[in-house]
Design a protein around this ligand. Structure first.
Ligand SMILES: *[C@@H]1O[C@H](CO)[C@@H](O)[C@H](O)[C@H]1NC(C)=O
Ligand SMILES: *[C@@H]1O[C@H](CO)[C@@H](O)[C@H](O)[C@H]1NC(C)=O
Ligand SMILES: *[C@@H]1O[C@H](CO)[C@@H](O)[C@H](O)[C@H]1NC(C)=O
Ligand SMILES: *[C@@H]1O[C@H](CO)[C@@H](O)[C@H](O)[C@H]1NC(C)=O
Ligand SMILES: *[C@@H]1O[C@H](CO)[C@@H](O)[C@H](O)[C@H]1NC(C)=O
Ligand SMILES: *[C@@H]1O[C@H](CO)[C@@H](O)[C@H](O)[C@H]1NC(C)=O
Ligand SMILES: *[C@@H]1O[C@H](CO)[C@@H](O)[C@H](O)[C@H]1NC(C)=O
Ligand SMILES: *[C@@H]1O[C@H](CO)[C@@H](O)[C@H](O)[C@H]1NC(C)=O
Length: 699
């Protein structure tokens, strides 16, 4: 053993590694510090994104050759996952846990992307997930992206107003770090452009410019969207575009020619006239090209779904037809897994487009997925006649759990045949718990999850599930919702969640190493969370029926188990660092230094987003979370107040008043939004023991 180590050490010094991808060398030093001399990257000329991984020599070392930096990153990832059994997760990088002697490659590994673009981010992920992140958290996600072969991530921080100048400036500094790192890792950041939205005061300086009021956003009062729209047909538009893009280039360097530009996202054009729409797009594109002769316009296709009543195929064709050729535009088909637009819009009339998996609205945390669909539909779209599909990507609004459903799509982008879902799940589980020798109970637990919870065919529940206890309490309207925030549970908890959790707990009690694995602990908390969330529906239904038929005392008794579940849930979530409100608040306040006024402002924003979302509950509970500190405080307060109200109305013979309940829930929200978090700031108690207890109680 010692001799081997010595030989390996001597050779690691003796061999001068000639690598031409410093960004990936840095990634290896960051994530695989004990093997920082063992990997060599060689970029060669060639078509598309392709890699080969081979043994460097008989004495060790791994060589990755590739046609692009992104392909080399993917090659490294393929080696690490398929030969070394390690991975990097949202919950942390475990890459450095590979064996001290690198496993040999033997039969070379090779791969080729089946699409030129691999995309990541919804514009709102920068709010729902990363709003308060420091660069440390970004660094993990950027490595996660690069290794999976993503090559066109969105990079959109530090450009929004009206917000405190300190916020915008801090985000701009962070954006510079992110953009630089993306470029080093072989990713082309998709940068913002000037869209046409301008401050209302612009009119006072440019009173001849064609500036129209922009429509307010959904239910928000107009003063919360205080912008006008400068028509792209006005010469001032091109002037501002050029100024914006040149300033951006000064700040970030020559890192990208791809620009995100959405003019009509949830906000319709002032006219549906075909010539007008054509000219808007033509002038917008001309302004981009005047500022950057190689500009490519990346556009979200969400509007074609969300405002389909406006965007008839003729109007879409007129608008997209304003941009020349197939390749100067990339359309994100935003919700391809269930609301594909490419098919009835004729491949976006020939423009390049990306098959995107949305899956998650507002960072909903319920377990749900459809792996079968994700491994077949993108390839069918790519194979269909006249296809102009050029990419696959992720457009989740929030990144909260369900990691396998995102991994599978990014992996599918490197396979020309549909991945074998059961084999994929098995490999994924081995890497997740870092053992090729897992007990059968673990595979059985996951094959139930993969086969049922991640094989949901019901068209009404094709996105992460929201649990009803996260919603403002009410006697009706909570259970059985379908669509964007489904609450309908399309599987039987007793034959899926319960046995899976039981098997994992059994495995954990027999094999201690599992209890030390952070992802194992994450998963048992997550599945236990789902169990309690689903049980809550049963006790809620019982409360509702008791209220309609029984006495005040019976209602009071029926209310107890609801509050009990909420407390138990808070308890188990509080044992794991990934489920803490404390982190969200701490991250938000960390941007304020010792300025308490600013810290309070940030904390208010952090609290408001996950609760009222808008100062008066305009998007109430849209971005609700199942986090310790939120569950045991805010949700408990709401349900306590609601059940007290039910008991009191029964006792006093007063009819139930839905409007009163609704407004008192908003009042509780307003009160909670103004409070200051006092802890606990860290995990409490032991995950495994807590899960084991709750399993006994609720299974
Ligand atoms: C991978 O290996 C194949 C077969 O030797 C070769 O044709 C190809 O050019 C290699 N590609 C890369 C990126 O090294
Ligand atoms: C606005 O238009 C009027 C009439 O054409 C012209 O006299 C004036 O100079 C213009 N003002 C500006 C700021 O362009
Ligand atoms: C910017 O990069 C492009 C390639 O993406 C290259 O053609 C162009 O010359 C570069 N411009 C400058 C100023 O470096
Ligand atoms: C796509 O088409 C190729 C050849 O045309 C075929 O081999 C492959 O099976 C098809 N894949 C899918 C998923 O339809
Ligand atoms: C998929 O993988 C499973 C488990 O590894 C295997 O039993 C099955 O034969 C595979 N199916 C296909 C079609 O290759
Ligand atoms: C599972 O991993 C093995 C070993 O690396 C590999 O050969 C196989 O193709 C993988 N299966 C799937 C479906 O990814
Ligand atoms: C599921 O299990 C619970 C607890 O044992 C039981 O009360 C309930 O009736 C079961 N539900 C179904 C649908 O079987
Ligand atoms: C603290 O923050 C507030 C609100 O953002 C700001 O108005 C004030 O100038 C800041 N104070 C200091 C000393 O920076």
């Amino acid at each position: 053993m010692f001799i081997h180590l010595l030989v390996a050490w001597i050779f690691s010094i003796a061999l001068v590694r000639c690598t031409d991808l410093p960004g990936l060398d840095a990634l290896v030093r960051r994530r695989l510090p004990s093997h920082s001399h063992s990997f060599t990257f060689n970029q060669i000329d060639g078509e598309g994104d392709a890699f080969n991984v081979t043994d460097t020599s008989i004495l060790g070392g791994i060589t990755v050759s590739c046609t692009t930096t992104s392909a080399c990153a993917r090659g490294l990832y393929t080696y690490l996952t398929q030969r070394a059994g390690v991975d990097i997760w949202w919950t942390g990088s475990r890459l450095n846990n590979l064996p001290p002697f690198l496993p040999r490659v033997h039969r070379p590994l090779s791969g080729k992307a089946v699409v030129p673009y691999r995309y990541h981010f919804d514009a709102v992920t920068f709010g729902y997930t990363t709003a308060f992140w420091s660069f440390d958290k970004w660094e993990l996600l950027l490595d996660w992206l690069a290794l999976r072969g993503v090559n066109i991530p969105l990079a959109e921080l530090g450009t929004r107003g009206p917000l405190p100048a300190k916020w915008v400036n801090d985000q701009f500094e962070l954006q510079k770090q992110i953009v630089r790192r993306m470029a080093e890792l072989g990713m082309t950041p998709v940068l913002p452009a000037f869209t046409g939205f301008v401050p209302k005061a612009l009119k006072t300086r440019h009173f001849n410019a064609t500036i129209n009021p922009a429509s307010p956003w959904i239910t928000f009062p107009p003063d919360t969207t205080p912008v006008d729209f400068l028509q792209p047909t006005d010469p001032l538009f091109a002037t501002l575009q050029k100024s914006f893009i040149l300033k951006q280039k000064e700040a970030y360097g020559n890192v990208s020619h791809i620009y995100t530009l959405d003019q009509y996202n949830e906000n319709n054009p002032t006219s549906g006239d075909l010539t007008y729409l054509h000219n808007v797009a033509a002038d917008t594109f001309a302004s981009l090209r005047a500022a950057d002769p190689q500009a490519i316009w990346l556009m979200s296709g969400w509007l074609f779904f969300s405002s389909s009543y406006f965007w008839s195929p003729e109007r879409v064709q007129a608008y997209l037809g304003g941009v020349p050729g197939p390749d100067s535009m990339i359309i994100l088909d935003f919700y391809s897994e269930i609301k594909p637009q490419w098919d009835h819009l004729q491949n976006f009339f020939g423009k390049s487009w990306v098959w995107c998996e949305l899956h998650d609205f507002g960072g909903d945390m319920g377990m749900q997925g459809n792996l079968q669909l994700l491994t077949t539909k993108p390839l069918e779209a790519l194979n269909s006649s006249g296809s102009s599909m050029k990419g696959m990507g992720l457009t989740m609004e929030g990144q909260e759990g369900n990691e396998i459903v995102y991994d599978v799509l990014l992996d599918q982008a490197w396979s020309s045949t549909p991945l074998n879902v059961s084999g994929y799940g098995r490999n994924w589980t081995m890497r997740r718990y870092q053992s090729s020798d897992l007990p059968d109970s673990v595979y059985n637990a996951w094959s139930t999850l993969d086969g049922v919870i991640y094989n949901i065919q019901n068209p009404g529940t094709q996105s992460a599930i929201k649990s009803i206890f996260e919603l403002a309490p009410s006697l009706s309207g909570l259970v059985g919702r379908i669509g964007h925030h489904p609450t309908f549970i399309p599987y039987d908890t007793n034959t899926t969640i319960v046995p899976s959790l039981r098997l994992l707990v059994q495995a954990g009690s027999e094999h201690r190493y599992l209890r030390d694995n952070p992802e194992f602990n994450y998963d048992i908390v997550d599945i236990c969370r789902q169990l309690l969330a689903n049980r809550f529906i049963d006790v809620y239904n019982n409360l509702v029926s008791t209220y309609s038929s029984s006495s005040a005392d019976a209602v009071a008794a029926a209310a107890l188990p609801l509050l009990d579940i909420i407390r138990d849930l808070d308890w188990v979530l509080g044992t794991n660092e990934n489920f803490l409100l404390a982190n969200w608040i701490r991250d938000a306040r960390s941007w304020a230094g010792d300025n308490e006024t600013y810290a309070a402002y940030l904390e208010y924003n952090a609290r408001n987003q996950i609760t009222l979302w808008g100062s008066n509950g305009e998007e109430n509970d849209y971005a609700s979370k199942q986090w310790a500190g939120l569950v045991g405080d805010y949700y408990l307060r709401r349900w306590q107040s609601f059940t007290d109200y039910l008991v009191a109305t029964k006792r006093n013979g007063v009819p139930y008043n839905a409007d009163y309940v609704k407004s008192s829930m908003i009042s509780i929200g307003k009160e909670w939004n103004l409070e200051t978090f006092t802890g606990p700031w860290d995990v409490q108690g032991n995950t495994f023991d807590t899960v084991q207890n709750l399993l006994l109680k609720y299974a």
